[in-house]
Design a protein. Structure first.
Length: 172
């Protein structure tokens, strides 16, 4: 598991190749297996494979989201805010589980943050995504995971570069 975590990197360039449905199913199962506060499981996952929708969603932020247009799969990670006061944390854990599964399957992914980001001066990224995908108001959008076969290679994280000084025992 530690090796998987060291080699998982954010991938923003993808091969022009479809992701097999079995792999998508495994990714979604890993999200459904994530823990949540009081077992509320507030998350909702919207799988987007239609190129036109991926291109539209790639514009959900003023910058930093355009690479989604080149991904064969986008998974919108959202959550029912009525189901849990910890929906942000719960959805974040599910997204992280899915990203680890993505990497274990030989795929790449990158998190596109949507919550509290801007589409433009008058509309939030969340409102923009909600409109495109017909997401109800009580379901909040956390992020979009861009997923596909990597078209770039990145070096693994080196243990020597870990910020061990941020670890404290018994007190700060």
């Amino acid at each position: 598991m530690l090796e998987l975590m060291k080699t998982r990197r954010s991938i923003r360039a993808f091969q022009d190749r479809e992701v097999e449905q079995e792999k998508i199913d495994s990714i979604l199962k890993s999200g459904l297996l994530a823990p949540s506060g009081r077992a509320s499981r507030p998350w909702e996952f919207i799988v987007v494979t239609e190129k036109e929708k991926l291109h539209r969603l790639a514009s959900c932020r003023e910058r930093s989201s355009q690479f989604l247009a080149g991904a064969p799969v986008g998974i919108v990670v959202a959550a029912d805010e009525k189901a849990s006061t910890t929906w942000v944390e719960d959805a974040s854990i599910a997204a992280a589980f899915m990203q680890l599964m993505v990497h274990s399957l030989g795929l790449g992914s990158c998190w596109i943050h949507v919550r509290e980001r801007s589409y433009n001066d008058s509309k939030s990224s969340e409102e923009y995504v909600r409109e495109i995908l017909n997401i109800p108001e009580h379901v909040r959008v956390l992020c979009i995971l861009a997923i596909g076969y990597p078209a770039e290679e990145k070096a693994a994280h080196m243990e020597d570069n870990l910020l061990y000084h941020k670890i404290h025992y018994n007190e700060y």
